[in-house]
Design a protein around this ligand. Structure first.
Ligand code: GLA
Length: 706
């Protein structure tokens, strides 16, 4: 089979994937990579791997991405191509390769959606069958390409130790055997490990050079990215790497009834031949085009009361904070946890989730007076909810103990709460109504922080029969997504923040109904710089909420400068700020206002890494406007350095143009003009970053003249 016409080329925009069926109809991968989709298609002459190995249909020595026990007990699956369809879509296309089993009734569709503008490819698999009864899906990865990698291939993963440790950067070499990046916990998997990986197949890459493949599993539940590496027979020869990614099937065998369609999560991925920055540009473009809600809308500057008050406040206290927030120039005040509970006031985290009426002791006239205070002060108002959860000490639990996601054992509490079973339509209606009712208090409420503060530890649903309890892992995610989609469609103008004990649920799938996420409860700026660095590889700063708090007791101007490179906000006791600190915050808000279009909608350039290289004591990054006329540069000295700071060279401005350079020192009143530099000087000599003490920051703004 050497006929080009039989090739199924998926051009993802500068890179791609090619499949082709052999004479028996078996689908092979015949090209992959930066130029791989143009590889030779002579599959008779050369060995090509299967496009989707199945258990019993391919390699007997490695776990198969697809493993099904058929209704008659057959354990194996062997697929041949049935039909290929291609449909133009947006600026790309949607390719579907339908495969069918040779023996039993089973159709497996490989879906690929291209988005050439960003060069991110979305892939997933859909499975249907018409066997006389259900089949059982054991493994159901969304992608399974085979790569040839070098011995010095490098993997970057983002697993942390749990709460307050999201996006921890780990780079590692790949050894023969299977490296498994798995997350569990059902509801907050990203506290354990973000379903994102960077792979440099031919040796380490950096920001501007080297081949690098980045992928993100767009799934709000457990995920798994497995990298199976085989040693090469010849020393130094390329090694085979089978990359499998998708939902984690651990304890989640799926019973699929005839006629029902099983859809795996989408895996979004790209392959750059020009280093990590290009990967980031692509993921940011794609996130804006296909994931984030209202990407063109500037995110507000937020003041939050959580770290200032925790559960202890009343109307007067919040009113005071709102007025102070408005005085400092923010756009929106977010009232966090603790505002609700009638029979059981929410004075700590032991009660009240489920009882979503305002606490009459704290807020005797409800939320409306606070929304009014905000409106009178000229700012917006938002609230916190946790609609998927219930405390046993609540009216809701007394009325509906059966609404809880659980098995026959007594369910275990986590943060004193239980998870509601969103597979129940009445739970979805209740949870959607939580948001409706809260917003009905006042039309001025236009922002909601949606939290979820525990993992799933006792999976089980009364909505599923005894033989399909393990379906809950997948069905809970799709049911919760249906709930989120409903809320988003009922309130198209309300901005939604996604939160789960910090950044416990920040995948590209769930994010489709949200505007942004709470990156982490850890707001120590030294840690945050590194977290935001990792997170920035696949999410634009517009999505990364970053608030100034007292975590780490760092200097206020440093904490502000770190939050300024995300979606800026303040979570401080604004009323007890001294005049000096208040001035720092005021200047930071003004700086956020001047630079938020660059930070949120511009192009990110990472300049100095805090997670790699011999001196990891500092970080620097820049955000450039699309027209390259403006830029903002942030430089952070985190710890004691072991080397002198490098000059910060920006290669991407117009070399012929002249840029006026301002430096803002948040401790002082003025914005100092440093003169002008040409784009070419900025590229070659760069900005001078003078040696600086730990926990200090420098911020430059560049504006093209003329
Ligand atoms: C979680 C969130 C915090 C805060 C608290 C409230 O921990 O991550 O930002 O909202 O819940 O209980």
């Amino acid at each position: 089979m050497s006929d080009d016409e039989q090739a199924i080329r998926i051009d993802a925009g500068g890179w791609g994937l090619t499949w082709a069926a052999d004479g028996d109809g078996v689908l092979h991968q015949v090209g992959l990579g930066a130029a791989g989709h143009t590889a030779t298609l002579d599959v008779d002459a050369v060995w090509y791997p299967l496009a989707l190995p199945t258990y019993g249909g391919g390699d007997a020595y490695l776990p198969a991405p697809l493993r099904v026990t058929h209704h008659d007990g057959t354990l194996t699956t062997r697929l041949v191509v049935d039909e290929v369809t291609r449909a133009a879509e947006d600026d790309g296309e949607h390719v579907v390769v339908a495969l069918r089993d040779e023996l039993v009734d089973l159709t497996v569709e490989l879906h690929a959606r291209t988005h050439p503008r960003s060069a991110v490819l979305e892939q997933w698999i859909e499975i249907v069958h018409a066997q006389p009864g259900p089949v059982r899906l054991h493994d159901y990865d969304s992608i399974a390409p085979l790569l040839l990698v070098h011995e010095d291939a490098e993997l970057v993963q983002f697993g942390g130790s749990g709460w307050a440790d999201e996006w921890r950067w780990t780079s590692q070499s790949l050894h023969p055997g299977t490296t498994s990046l798995a997350s569990l916990g059902g509801l907050q998997p990203h506290l354990q490990r973000s379903p994102v990986a960077l792979l440099s197949p031919f040796g380490p890459s950096d920001e501007t050079s080297g081949e690098v493949l980045a992928l993100s599993v767009a799934w709000g539940g457990n995920t798994r990215i497995d990298l199976d590496v085989r040693p090469s027979a010849e020393p130094g020869a390329p090694r085979q790497l089978r990359l499998r990614a998708g939902a984690n099937p651990y304890a989640a065998d799926y019973v699929l009834d005839p006629g029902r369609r099983f859809v795996t999560p989408t895996v979004a991925w790209t392959w750059s031949a020009a280093g990590r920055r290009e990967v980031t540009r692509r993921f940011h473009d794609w996130s804006r085009a296909r994931v984030l809600r209202d990407p063109e809308r500037l995110r507000p500057i937020v003041a939050n009361n959580w770290e200032a008050t925790f559960f202890s406040f009343d109307e007067a206290r919040i009113s005071g904070l709102i007025r102070r927030a408005a005085d400092l120039g923010v756009d929106l005040f977010l009232l966090d946890d603790g505002w609700f509970g009638t029979n059981h006031p929410r004075d700590d985290d032991t009660t009240s989730l489920g009882d979503w009426d305002a606490d009459p002791a704290k807020l005797p006239s409800g939320l409306a007076p606070l929304a009014q205070v905000a409106a009178d002060a000229g700012i917006r108002f938002g609230i916190w909810v946790e609609p998927e959860m219930v405390n046993p000490v609540s009216d809701l639990f007394v009325a509906h103990p059966e609404w809880v996601l659980r098995d026959p054992r007594e369910p275990r509490l986590h943060r004193n709460q239980l998870v509601l079973d969103t597979l129940r339509p009445e739970v979805r209606e209740f949870a959607a109504d939580v948001v409706d009712r809260a917003l009905a208090h006042d039309p001025g409420i236009s922002y909601v922080k949606w939290d979820a503060n525990r993992p799933i530890t006792d999976p089980g649903s009364a909505m599923l029969g005894p033989d399909r309890q393990a379906n809950v892992g997948v069905d809970h995610v799709t049911a919760t997504w249906a709930l989120m989609a409903e809320v988003a469609s009922r309130h198209p103008d309300v901005e939604l923040m996604l939160c789960a004990s910090g950044g416990g649920r920040t995948d590209h799938g769930t994010l489709r109904w949200f505007h942004e996420f709470w990156t982490s409860d850890n707001t120590d700026p030294v840690t945050r710089v590194r977290m935001q660095w990792g997170c920035s590889h696949v999410f634009p700063a517009a999505a990364m909420a970053a608030h100034v708090t007292r975590w780490g007791e760092r200097p206020m101007e440093f904490a502000c400068a770190v939050a300024l490179s995300g979606r800026f906000g303040l979570d401080l006791d604004l009323e007890s700020l001294g005049e000096e600190e208040a001035q720092v915050c005021r200047r930071a808000v003004a700086l956020a206002r001047r630079t938020q279009d660059l930070v949120q909608q511009g192009e990110l350039v990472r300049l100095v890494s805090p997670v790699e290289g011999p001196d990891r004591s500092r970080a620097a990054l820049a955000h450039l406007s699309a027209d390259r006329r403006r830029a903002v540069v942030f430089a952070y000295q985190l710890e004691e350095p072991t080397s002198a700071p490098p000059r910060l060279c920006l290669a991407d401005l117009d070399p012929e143009a002249t840029y006026r350079v301002h430096r803002t020192d948040l401790r002082r009143d003025d914005r100092v003009e440093l003169g002008t530099l040409s784009g070419s000087e900025l590229a070659h000599d760069g900005l001078e970053w003078a040696p600086a003490a730990p926990t200090t920051a420098a911020v430059w703004e560049l504006t093209q003249e003329g």
